[in-house]
Design a protein around this ligand. Structure first.
Ligand SMILES: [Zn+2]
Ligand SMILES: [Zn+2]
Length: 300
């Protein structure tokens, strides 16, 4: 799959600041995190390629299983990357110094309390809830750090170069056909408005019907809708009244290139998550990108 250079990411960051002015304040932090990650990613790693035959893929999909049923990351590299990123947060926000020290201690103990050298991504809700409970860190920053680290490590541990050559047409579920996690965002492309969902963990994109909920698979149009914020239609919050979940969709029907960096678009549009919550919907991904305080504040 297509990986972006640091320069390309910086271009994307500039575009995001133009499209979503509220992102401008976060720009220095986000660029410094990608820069720090870039130097980390150059360290040697042991990538595990997906080597599945077409038959094996078919068998997995028929059983409702994604290509990688139980993605894992290295506990040691998780902590190493945390230590690389942590000073970048402190540089932008010195008051986080002690909080992040506590998070580091928590993470070291948390991983020491689990077996083996690797950790299963499916245990992320447990990690997040314990981190919020045992350290002063807020849910939004917990989600941000965890997602940033896990997606970076996924890139290091799994080689998805041949994922684009695999026929995913047999996959009719809303979660990622490659790694199985539930999506938080997606895009609309072409004049017909084909909807693709994007994976926050492995970065894969797959076509999913526009008029179907990716979480409960509901197709009843009465229950499906979307809203935008302000005058900008470039981001839409698609919701389902049946399961009360939302997914953020970037409208790229008029874009010259659909190859935007969705994780950055997501970070640039967290105010849309806030609106989604205010309207009574939950993130179908389970990822809480905004805090309860923010929700309460904006309600006043
Ligand atoms: Zn995935
Ligand atoms: Zn639904």
């Amino acid at each position: 799959m297509y990986k972006r250079s640091l320069q390309e990411l910086n271009e994307e960051i500039k575009i995001c600041s133009r499209l979503y002015p509220e992102f401008a304040g976060a720009e220095p932090l986000v660029s410094s995190l990608y820069k720090a990650r870039d130097s980390f990613a150059k360290k040697p790693s042991q990538p595990g390629p997906i080597n599945l035959t077409a038959e094996e893929v078919q068998k997995k999909f028929a059983a409702g299983s994604p290509l990688i049923d139980n993605p894992v990351v290295g506990k040691k590299t998780f902590l190493e990357l945390f230590r690389v990123l942590s000073p970048q947060f402190v540089k932008q926000e010195p008051s986080l110094k002690n909080t992040l020290k506590e998070v580091e201690t928590f993470l070291t103990e948390f991983f020491a309390g689990t077996k083996g050298d690797t950790w299963q991504v499916r245990d992320m809700p447990d990690l997040i809830s314990k981190m919020v409970e045992k350290t002063p860190v807020k849910t939004d920053l917990t989600t941000f750090i965890t997602v940033f680290i896990l997606s970076s490590l996924f890139d290091l541990h799994y080689n998805l170069e041949n994922a684009d050559t695999i026929d995913m047409a047999a996959w009719e579920r809303g979660n990622c056909p490659v790694c199985g996690v539930k999506p938080h965002y997606g895009l609309l492309k072409d004049k017909e408005g084909v909807r693709m969902l994007g994976c926050w963990l492995c970065g894969f994109r797959w076509v999913f019907p526009r008029l179907q909920c990716p979480y409960c698979l509901n197709k009843d149009m009465e229950d499906l809708g979307f809203f935008t914020v302000g005058t900008s239609e470039s981001c839409r919050v698609h919701f389902c009244k049946k399961c009360s979940n939302y997914v953020k969709i970037f409208d790229l029907r008029d874009a010259v290139a659909e190859d935007v960096h969705l994780p950055l678009r997501n970070l640039a549009t967290l105010s849309y998550d806030l609106y989604g919550l205010k309207e009574g919907f939950k993130p179908g991904s389970g990822l809480q990108w905004v805090t309860e305080e923010e929700q309460n504040q904006s309600a006043n």
